[in-house]
Unconditional design. Structure first.
Length: 205
């Protein structure tokens, strides 16, 4: 059965999800997470996009971003995932494909969706039972917005394509931290979530 063609609006906002094949743990130690971050920076230089929220889990990653063009987003992710595959082959002797063939790109249609989606992404480690507080998980954008920790992966502002009430925010400010601290999941089913109790503490690495 043929696939539905992917449509990415220029300068549109998206929640992007890409998963490993067979739920394989592909981010296994701090070196792997660090390497992926460096590859993401390289991909942003070659195929620019604006990244506002992210989380890197053991088997997948989430990005909340603005795509300049469909080509830029597809090329960005293709380069990032291919170069990380090379890393896995060299480090672990990985054979065969590493990723599920297609990534998901869910459109973000409003300010409420953007805030809810960012919260959803940053609370993934809690839902996965990896930690009790999102600040304890080191591989997401949560610490930047809530604790003021610098993060070179993130773009420091939202462009004026969004309503002025959001685009005018200085995302390094106390105001931004308050907004995301107070955020609740508002929007369609793709962004709603429940905060389930965590079983374990996050690794402090």
């Amino acid at each position: 059965m043929p696939r539905t063609a992917r449509f990415i609006q220029d300068n549109g906002y998206y929640h992007v999800i890409s998963r490993s094949i067979n739920q394989t743990h592909i981010f296994r130690d701090p070196e792997d997470f660090s390497r992926f971050r460096k590859l993401q920076q390289q991909a942003k230089r070659d195929f620019p996009l604006r990244l506002f929220h992210y989380v890197i889990m053991h088997t997948h990653f989430h990005f909340v971003l603005q795509a300049t063009t469909q080509h830029a987003l597809s090329a960005h992710l293709a380069q990032l995932k291919w170069r990380y595959t090379i890393w896995m082959r060299r480090k672990y002797g990985w054979k065969g494909p590493l990723w599920r063939e297609r990534y998901k790109s869910l459109p973000i249609e409003s300010e409420e969706y953007l805030t809810a989606c960012g919260t959803y992404v940053e609370f993934n480690p809690i839902r996965a039972g990896l930690c009790k507080e999102p600040a304890a998980y080191p591989h997401s954008s949560y610490r930047h917005y809530h604790l003021g920790v610098p993060d070179e992966l993130l773009d420091p502002y939202l462009p004026p394509a969004l309503p002025p009430s959001l685009s005018a925010i200085d995302y390094s400010s106390e105001t931004a931290r308050f907004i995301f601290s107070a955020a609740t999941a508002i929007g369609g089913p793709a962004y709603l979530f429940q905060r389930r109790p965590a079983k374990n503490a996050c690794p402090q690495k």
